[in-house]
Design a protein around this ligand. Structure first.
Ligand SMILES: *Cc1c(COP(=O)(O)O)cnc(C)c1O
Length: 399
């Protein structure tokens, strides 16, 4: 598969070994256990000397096809999957972090990840240092004290900040850390962190990988030696991906490249359009030349992604008026689907923060997260135009 390009791999990779009866598509294997008439063969499979399946919490053929496809797309040696993206993140961190250890990350990680850092890890006597997102010097200074894990995410929620992956991976390794990155926003189509020196790549498969907002899942890719430890944690602790979800994700991934390329284009066009709208104070998209992370993004990404955000004049009031007027957008706490999705940051990614905390993180109350779908761009822009046109004028002059 190595010789093929991303779009071809997205279709063909990982499926062949799981096909049965001449079927051209991977079956959904709903069996919890796998039986053996030969006691010696059963034993050999159970102890890992022979390929095969024993029990659904450990492995399953449909789930394996999903893991294999993403493993190949990320160019990794091994991959293991989870029931959700958060399970992938929490299980991975729990595999490597123990009382007395230290972990460094950034302030703008996904909301759930941030909760692990601020709520759960400190209770286990694990020291967490969260640096200003995009401030590479701050992360380097934190690394001087050493750490077990350096955990990154780029681009981030909701202001799509960018971290230099290659630079941070190198510094992280010099400090002796395992370097982990959440690649959910970029997808392997736009960004390949393993090639930039990162050890482990995590995805919420729920978002762009599945792409249809109909299945939850997570995955970790990296060297066998690390992934096997994470797999062992997961098989015992039980956050296993369901075969039906694995099938939906696998099916969604076939069009990953087509979808993401269209989402990249749509997001760029929407961001450029929003720059011209008098209701909009700020637009955050790494594909815009005035975005602070634009140059780094250009270096390390092959596309700027489908996620952007923008701040509207009149704050929460304008958000309340504007979003219900959009015809072509789900107002929901999700992203990366084929349909466009919008949501206020105060309701979605940063719902657990106070307005003051959000302000301190550079998140205005009028910030809207926009996940570009694959609709025709003219329709998306027209939809925004008609919604802005209906807003009461007095909000435009409000602070
Ligand atoms: C959604 C998301 C997660 C969590 O994934 P779930 O599948 O919802 O558990 C983690 N990281 C990022 C960047 C996300 O967008």
């Amino acid at each position: 598969m190595k010789q093929y390009n991303m779009g071809t791999k997205a279709l063909w990779a990982g499926e062949k070994d799981q096909l049965a009866f001449g079927a051209t598509q991977v079956p959904v294997v709903h069996s919890v256990s796998f039986g053996y008439d030969d006691m010696d063969e059963w034993y050999e499979v159970a102890v890992g000397n022979k390929e095969g399946h024993i029990y659904g919490r450990n492995t399953n053929p449909t789930v394996e096809a999903f893991e294999e496809k993403l493993r190949i797309l990320e160019g990794a040696e091994a991959a293991t999957s989870f029931s959700t993206g958060m399970a992938a993140i929490s299980n991975t961190l729990s595999t490597f972090l123990f009382p007395g250890d230290r972990v460094i990350s950034i302030k703008d990680t996904y909301g759930g990840t941030n909760k692990i850092f601020t709520e759960f890890l400190p209770k286990q006597n694990i020291e967490v240092e969260l640096c200003e997102t995009g401030n590479h010097e701050a992360i380097e200074a934190a690394l001087e004290k050493g750490c077990k894990v350096l955990y990154l995410e780029t681009p981030t929620n909701p202001t799509v900040k960018i971290t230099d992956i290659e630079r941070m991976a190198k510094k992280g390794h010099e400090a002796g850390a395992i370097v982990i990155i959440d690649n959910t926003f970029a997808t392997p189509v736009n960004q390949n962190p393993l090639a930039l020196g990162v050890d482990l790549v995590i995805h919420s498969a729920t978002k762009f990988l599945g792409g249809h907002a109909d299945a939850l899942g997570g995955i970790v890719c990296g060297p066998k030696e690390l992934v096997e430890q994470i797999y062992h944690y997961r098989e015992i602790n039980g956050a296993t991906l369901d075969p039906m979800a694995a099938y939906l994700l696998l099916r969604g991934m076939k069009t990953l490249k087509l979808r993401v390329e269209r989402q990249n284009e749509n997001a760029q066009r929407i961001a450029e359009y929003l720059k011209t709208v008098s209701w909009v104070d700020d637009v955050f998209y790494p594909g815009l030349e005035d975005h602070p992370g634009h140059d780094i993004a250009k270096e390390q990404m092959s596309g700027f992604g489908g996620m952007l955000s923008f701040a509207v004049r009149g704050g929460v009031e304008t958000v309340r008026e504007l979003l219900p007027k959009l015809q072509l957008a789900n107002r929901a706490a999700n992203l990366g689907s084929v349909e466009t999705i919008v949501g206020p940051s105060r309701t979605t990614s940063h719902v657990e923060c106070t307005p003051e905390e959000r302000a301190a993180m550079g998140i205005p109350e009028g910030l809207i997260r926009y996940s570009a779908g694959i609709e025709d761009i003219e329709d998306l822009i027209h939809d925004l135009e008609q919604a802005f046109a209906q807003l009461p004028e007095e909000l435009l002059t409000a602070k």
